[in-house]
Design a protein around this ligand. Structure first.
Ligand SMILES: Cc1cc2nc3c(=O)[nH]c(=O)nc-3n(C[C@H](O)[C@H](O)[C@H](O)COP(=O)(O)OP(=O)(O)OC[C@H]3O[C@@H](n4cnc5c(N)ncnc54)[C@H](O)[C@@H]3O)c2cc1C
Length: 456
């Protein structure tokens, strides 16, 4: 047994783990980064990047199909799924290579293998012990299923959905959250019949209800079926298909059932509980500075209760590195983390929903700017809206967007929210014409009492 010691030992090389490693190395700390699979984790290999590549292929398919609407003669001959997969896989490969280069450039000691936590300073990999003055746990998450619903065959999770070598004719998607609606969107664009089942009353149920309703309307227009407020009761598969039963008696036949009912924390059998970590429904409990109950042990990313997003993991990783280096970084405001669902149309938000804002503030005001008044959105032929929530006479509390490409607008949205700007601060700032950013500008102009392109 050879022992290696460092300032920091990080278990898991996904978004949270590697961001922490790079920032710590920049700050002069020695770092051991342990990864059992591929550097980059879920986001790069099984999450953000490959799904967004599929969504781009879907967008191009829609553009070919709808070319005539803008006077371009084009037709969609079909989807070459091998071509789609190689386009997607090449992007992942290139980014993976880039990331491996960054590990070397930062002089991080990279260890391949499955690690277990031995105590608050030690992680063991294949009999070798790595000792850190501090330890960061970053082991990520896995696709959950429902009790009695076994994954396998025609019942798949997002990992399998990303690597299909065919386009299904008919799919049922269980779960109308981010992952479910993104796959529903891709498959519909590729020509499949899609039915989404969601137990809660709306699709994207964590979003402001206005966005959920707008998305439902857009999905109806696209021919994506959905059943909301109804529970799944069972699924039977055969050689030819899968039949999904709902509690209202409805039965849905499909080629595939995608189970997208959330992600559990990957914390079992890693020595966490044995080492004395306080857990919470499988997640690692931390304080707001991401410290666990064990002295010197931090947790980052999807294993920490809250939004499971890659950029949250990046920011938490940077935070921990800076905290350990004594820079005393400010606590991360979870509501200030931008959220984007990349289906067609896109849904993007930051800050509080209107109902959450009303619970926390005495008086709030909202303004909703319809993209019908935005020239660039009309050029793109997208419907949608920008809804801004503010405290009366106070700062912007939340922004909720729907429409083609609005994910790109949330960059400005998060600056406004996180800087606690007033609509009156934003109103004089200039937005280029014609861009969709003008819709953000218009909403703030209106809330500041000087609407420009607003009817009524
Ligand atoms: C289909 C899908 C689409 C997504 N799309 C987006 C998106 O568009 N935008 C977004 O922000 N987020 C998206 N996410 C979420 C995002 O992928 C996660 O929030 C992010 O990857 C979490 O980072 P992490 O570091 O906590 O965990 P992970 O990325 O899961 O990394 C954990 C790493 O730890 C390793 N590991 C686990 N156990 C051990 C062990 N014992 N020893 C060594 N290594 C170990 C794993 O192999 C893994 O590489 C998506 C997720 C999915 C599934």
């Amino acid at each position: 047994m050879t022992d290696t010691s460092a300032d920091l030992v990080i278990l898991g090389g996904g978004s949270g783990g590697y961001a922490c490693a790079f920032r710590a190395a920049e700050l002069g700390l020695s770092v051991v980064l342990i990864e059992k699979d591929k550097l980059g984790g879920t986001c790069l290999h099984r999450g953000c990047i490959p799904t967004k590549a599929l969504l781009h292929s879907a967008e191009v398919a829609d553009a070919a199909r709808d070319g005539e609407q803008v006077g371009v003669k084009a037709s969609l001959e079909g989807i070459d799924i091998d071509g789609v997969n190689s386009y997607k896989d090449n992007i992942v490969k290139r980014l993976h290579k880039g990331l491996q280069g960054l590990v070397k450039a930062h002089q991080v000691t990279y260890v391949e293998g499955a690690g277990t936590l031995v105590d608050s300073k030690t992680v063991e990999v294949d009999g070798t012990r790595y000792t850190g003055s501090k330890v960061v746990l970053a082991t990520g998450s896995y696709s959950k299923t429902l009790p009695g619903l076994e994954l396998g065959g025609r019942i798949i999770a997002s990992e399998e959905a990303l690597n299909l070598d065919f386009v299904p004719n008919k799919v049922v998607v269980l779960g109308g959250g981010v992952i479910g609606v993104e796959f529903a969107s891709v498959w519909r664009s590729f020509g499949a019949e899609v039915h989404v089942v969601e137990a809660l009353p709306h699709l994207v149920p964590n979003e402001d209800e206005y966005l959920s309703k707008q998305l439902e309307r857009a999905f109806r227009k696209r021919g994506i079926k959905f059943s909301t407020g109804v529970k799944f009761t069972g699924a039977e598969q055969s050689d030819s298909g899968v039949t999904v039963s709902l509690e209202n008696g409805e039965q849905l036949d499909a080629d595939l059932l995608l189970v997208a009912v959330g992600r559990g924390a990957n914390t079992a059998a890693l020595g966490y509980e044995e080492a004395g970590l306080t857990m919470e429904r499988g997640f690692v409990r931390t304080d707001e500075r991401l410290r666990t109950n064990l002295d010197g042990v931090y947790a980052v990313g999807d294993i920490v209760p809250g939004l499971q997003l890659a950029h949250r993991g990046f920011q938490q990783g940077i935070f921990i590195a800076e905290d350990i280096a004594g820079l005393n970084p400010p606590v991360i405001d979870e509501a200030g983390i931008p959220r984007v669902t990349y289906c067609q149309p896109e849904v993007a938000s930051v800050g509080l929903t209107e109902s959450a804002a009303k619970e926390q503030y005495d008086q709030v005001e909202t303004f909703t700017y319809d993209l019908a008044g935005n020239g660039k959105s009309q050029i793109l032929k997208t419907a949608g809206a920008v809804k801004v929530v503010r405290a009366t006479d106070g700062p912007v509390l939340g922004m909720h967007l729907i429409g083609e490409r609005v994910g790109e607008l949330i960059g400005e949205g998060q600056l406004i929210y996180n800087w606690e700007a007033l609509p009156e601060d934003v109103a004089p700032l200039i937005h280029a014409h014609p861009t969709q950013t003008e819709a953000l500008g218009e909403a703030h102009l209106a809330l500041a009492g000087k609407p420009l392109h607003v009817h009524g």
